[in-house]
Design a protein around this ligand. Structure first.
Ligand code: G4P
Length: 298
């Protein structure tokens, strides 16, 4: 399945991002722990370059923990500061502000700045759609007591800042990045995790593709949840989908399986964690770590 996405407002989004990014010292890029490669937008690397950035691996409650640990290590090795969080359940949020402070302190020290440890740091949360940016902003604001500082004249015109610690202010609106489309696999991963609207994809094909990817590493979960025969896992995703529909009684009057209804259910169950914790991507070069994977996927 080929996914096309033409965001009409991409130019506007880009302009806003470029404007906002000038106002801040640190960017926190939120990515989805189930697909930490696909959900990271390389445009930010161009725009922000090597300036201080924290990667927040969000939705860790939905991802395979041992694979999330590999991703954390992977991005740390690439020089990012990384926090693993579950914003919906307020886990790991307290690590974000200290990570931001540490980055700026380190930068100031490297530059020999006298302001080290005393300056007010401005940060913004950014990421592609549906990774949990707003949830992270709210969670960070709540920890900081949600004290809005109001509009300030000059550089902060029209912007609301939230004081989240003695030294850190958060821009209250997250920066939106667009999903990347470097290849079809990336596009599919983004559709699986809901970062590409379901309105622009064929849900029957999408669910079939998802099952094709889950049947190997997570086949026992599919058998356990839907009661399908393990031998069905040798078949293609569309056949597995049909079998799941049959088992669930998603049938038309004539006994034919309602595959559209089944597709919506399978996608919803994957997205909401009913199939337990699943990671769609493993860091490049670490695919050989089958032990960690099979342990956590069984
Ligand atoms: P965005 O600003 O990046 O577009 O994302 P947003 O915060 O709106 O979050 C998108 C969806 O992801 C929301 O669910 C939100 O609750 C959920 N979410 C955010 N962080 C986490 C997390 O760490 N774990 C889990 N499991 N879910 C998370 P929704 O169904 O669209 O809305 P709602 O029903 O929760 O209100």
């Amino acid at each position: 399945m080929q996914i096309q996405w033409f965001p009409g407002h991409m130019a506007k989004t880009r302009k806003m991002m470029e404007e906002n990014i000038r106002l801040v010292d640190v960017v926190v890029e939120v990515i989805d722990a189930r697909a930490p490669y696909s959900s990271k937008n390389p445009y930010l690397d161009k725009l922000w370059q090597k300036r201080p950035r924290v990667i927040a691996l969000n939705k860790t409650d939905l991802a395979d923990p041992s694979i999330t640990a590999l991703w954390k290590k992977y991005y740390l090795e690439q020089g990012y500061s990384v926090v693993a969080i579950d914003a919906a359940h307020n886990k790991g949020i307290r690590e974000i502000t200290p990570a931001v402070e540490a980055l700026i302190e380190q930068r100031d020290k490297e530059r020999g700045s006298k302001k080290a440890g005393t300056r007010t740091i401005k940060m913004m949360i950014t990421g592609i759609p549906n990774v949990g940016k707003s949830t992270v902003v709210n969670a960070v604001a709540k920890r900081g007591g949600a004290a809005k500082t109001g509009n300030k004249p000059g550089v902060t015109r029209d912007k609301q800042w939230i004081k989240v610690s003695d030294h850190v202010m958060l821009l209250d609106t997250p920066g939106i990045l667009w999903p990347k489309f470097e290849n079809n696999e990336t596009g599919l991963n983004l559709a699986f995790i809901g970062s590409i609207s379901d309105d622009v994809v064929n849900l029957y094909q999408l669910a079939s593709e998802l099952l094709d990817r889950l049947k190997g590493p997570y086949g026992s979960r599919l058998v356990g949840r839907y009661g399908i025969d393990p031998s069905v896992l040798d078949k293609s995703g569309d056949i597995i989908l049909e079998e799941i529909g049959r088992k669930r009684g998603h049938l038309f009057k004539g006994g034919q399986v309602d595959t559209d209804r089944t597709a919506v259910m399978v996608l919803d169950e994957f997205r909401s964690g009913k199939l337990n914790r699943i990671s769609l991507e493993v860091p490049k070069g670490r695919e050989g770590n089958k032990d960690a994977q099979s342990e956590s996927r069984s």
